[in-house]
Design a protein around this ligand. Structure first.
Ligand code: C5P
Length: 227
């Protein structure tokens, strides 16, 4: 787009969930649909940004309504996404990591399908994937805005927001959108309510409703970081 408050800004947005191959036909994955990342890409493009979407296993019906001009780059695994992000990071103003990235992958990928070997079960060895958001923060240059997402639940001792603030400090992203999941927050049907915090835990803003509303809240914060 040419006009809008994000005109001329270059956005790199990851969406979906990574697949970590076990063998040629099987993978470890997660349930992320990519809809939040796609909503962010669509909203940023409508506000004038130049958007590249790194789509990790996002179904075609989820990306089909993206505005023209959004570049969609498919990726599969966390390591693919890591390479794709670091290759492009220097060229963008904003990175938003909305993808659900597998923390672990199988240590080795079998060349052939795993076969049933009897009644003893099968043990998989997993190794850690790179933390892409942390790597991006480490590589960040002045003026760039790096944004993460955190889906958090509370437990007996600590509420979701506190967990999210601890993650914000660990990750060091300029903004972290904390999404409290798995609880009725009492806002009616607002499955996508986010609190946006800085690494020091200060709350920048909060709000939500639909995924498009969340995108609007987050892009407003990003726009004011950029200006
Ligand atoms: O899974 P976690 O809660 O740590 O994810 C928080 C943020 O970190 C998300 O923005 C996610 O995209 C990002 N992440 C990442 N690389 C990983 C794990 C998570 O960039 N290996």
């Amino acid at each position: 787009g040419e006009s809008g408050d994000l005109a001329g800004r270059r956005f790199l947005i990851s969406a979906g969930g990574t697949h970590e191959a076990l063998d040629p036909v099987r993978f470890l994955g997660n349930r992320s649909t990519g809809r939040q990342g796609v909503a962010l890409a669509a909203a940023a493009a409508r506000r004038g940004a130049d958007v590249t979407l790194l789509a990790a296993n996002v179904a075609a019906d989820v990306t089909q309504d993206l505005p023209e001009g959004v570049e969609v780059v498919p990726v599969v695994s966390a390591r693919d996404l890591h390479t794709a992000v670091l290759d492009r990071l220097a060229d963008v103003d904003v990175l938003i990591m909305a993808a659900a990235v597998a923390d672990y992958r199988p240590e080795s990928q079998a060349e052939h399908k795993h076969k049933k070997t009897g009644d003893d079960g099968l043990t998989l060895r997993l190794v850690q994937n790179p933390d892409i958001l942390k790597a991006a923060v480490a590589a960040k240059r002045d003026g760039q805005v790096i944004v993460g997402f955190a889906a958090e639940t509370g437990d007996e001792s600590t509420d979701a927001l506190t967990h999210g603030k601890q993650k914000a400090a660990r990750k060091g992203a300029d903004l972290l959108a904390i999404n409290e999941v798995g609880v009725d927050r009492g806002f009616g049907d607002t499955p996508n309510y986010v609190t946006v915090v800085r690494p020091d835990g200060n709350v920048v803003t909060e709000g939500g409703g639909s995924k498009a509303d969340v995108a609007g809240v987050l892009l407003d914060s990003i726009a004011s970081e950029l200006s």
